[in-house]
Design a protein around this ligand. Structure first.
Ligand code: ATP
Ligand code: BTN
Length: 255
C-alpha cells in the first residue's frame, strides 16, 4: 500500500501533486488525466498501483507489477507551444535522474529523448501526451513509470529493465521517491521558464551518447550518423557526412 501521509510530508511543491489522486487499478494513468473527467487542476498527480493498459510510445506496452513500482501521471494546463513541450519532456527526465542520484547515488544516464538508464539498463520511462484545441496545446500529461521494488522482469525487452531494488540491493520507499521527483520537477519547470539553456545543459550532462555514432529508426527507414547535440528545442541534431538534420522525438527511435 502506498502511504499517502508519508508522501505528503515530504512534498515541497506549490502546485505539482497538491491535488493527488490514488487508485488501485486503471487502464492507464495518462489516459485518466488526458480525458479530463477526473481532474482539471493544474499539477494534478494520478498514481495507480496497477495499470492494465500501461502504454509507452507507438502502442508499445509499459509492464509494471502491482504495488511495487511507481506508475503516475502529472497534468499541466495552460497554452503550450511545441518547443515548450519538448523542454517539459527534458525536465521530466532530468527530475527522475536527479532523484535517483540524490536518494540512491546512482550514476544515471539519459537516452534521448527521455529514457532513464542505470548501468545501461532501463529504470524509468516517460511518455508525454497532449490535447490540442485548434492549433493550441491546452493540456499536457507527463506519464512516468519508475521501476522501484520489482525484483525481476520476465519477458523480452529491447533494453533490459532494472529497478532501484535490483541496483541498490534493498527495498526503497516509493513515497520518498515520488515526492523527490515531484519536488525536482516543479523546480525544473521554474528554471525552464527563466532559462531553457540551463535545462539543456542539465540534460546534456547526463547524456553519454552525444558525439557517438547512432542509428535512427523511423518505421522501415534507418539513418546512421553522429549524435552531434540537442538543439535549443530539444531536437536531436544528426550529422551525416557534412549535412546536419534535426530529428523530432515523436517519430523515431534511437538505437
Ligand atoms: P525508444 O528508444 O524509441 O524510446 P523504447 O522501447 O525505449 O523506445 P517506448 O517506445 O516508449 O520506449 O516503448 C516502451 C518500451 O519499454 C518497450 O520497448 C517495452 O519493452 C519497454 N518496457 C515496458 N515495461 C518496462 C519496464 N517496466 N521497464 C523497462 N522497460 C519496459
Ligand atoms: C517508455 O516506455 O519509455 C514510456 C513509458 C511510460 C510509462 C508511464 S507509466 C505511467 C504513465 N501511464 C502510462 O500508460 N504510461 C506512462
Amino acid at each position: 500500500m502506498f502511504k499517502i501521509e508519508e508522501f505528503d510530508i515530504k512534498l515541497d511543491t506549490d502546485y505539482i501533486g497538491r491535488n493527488f489522486i490514488y487508485s488501485d487499478e486503471v487502464e492507464s494513468t495518462n489516459a485518466m488525466l488526458l480525458g479530463g473527467k477526473d481532474s482539471n487542476q493544474n499539477g494534478t498527480v494520478f498514481l495507480a498501483e496497477f495499470q492494465s493498459k500501461g502504454r509507452g510510445r507507438k502502442e508499445r506496452e509499459w509492464i509494471s507489477s502491482s504495488g511495487q513500482n511507481l506508475t503516475f501521471s502529472i497534468l499541466l494546463k495552460g497554452e503550450f507551444k511545441e518547443q515548450k513541450i519538448n523542454l517539459v519532456n527534458l525536465c521530466s527526465a532530468i527530475a527522475v535522474a536527479q532523484s535517483l542520484e540524490n536518494l540512491y547515488q546512482f550514476n544515471v544516464e539519459l537516452k534521448w529523448p527521455n529514457d532513464v538508464l542505470v548501468h545501461k539498463k532501463k529504470i524509468a520511462g516517460i511518455l508525454l501526451e497532449s490535447v490540442s484545441k485548434g492549433n493550441k496545446i491546452s493540456r499536457v500529461v507527463v506519464g512516468i513509470g519508475i521501476n522501484v521494488n520489482q525484483p525481476n522482469f520476465p519477458g523480452q525487452f529491447d533494453i533490459l529493465p532494472t529497478s532501484v531494488r535490483k541496483e541498490s540491493h534493498s527495498l526503497a520507499s516509493r513515497e520518498k521517491l515520488l515526492s523527490e521527483v515531484l519536488n525536482n520537477f516543479e523546480q525544473l519547470l521554474d528554471i525552464s521558464k527563466k532559462s531553457g539553456k540551463k535545462v539543456l545543459t542539465l540534460w546534456r550532462n547526463r547524456c553519454k551518447m552525444i558525439g557517438e555514432k547512432v542509428k535512427i529508426v523511423d518505421g522501415d527507414k534507418i539513418k546512421i550518423g553522429i549524435f552531434d547535440d540537442i538543439d535549443e528545442n530539444g531536437f536531436l541534431v544528426l550529422r551525416t557526412g557534412d549535412k546536419s538534420e534535426k530529428i523530432h522525438y515523436g517519430d523515431v527511435s534511437l538505437r
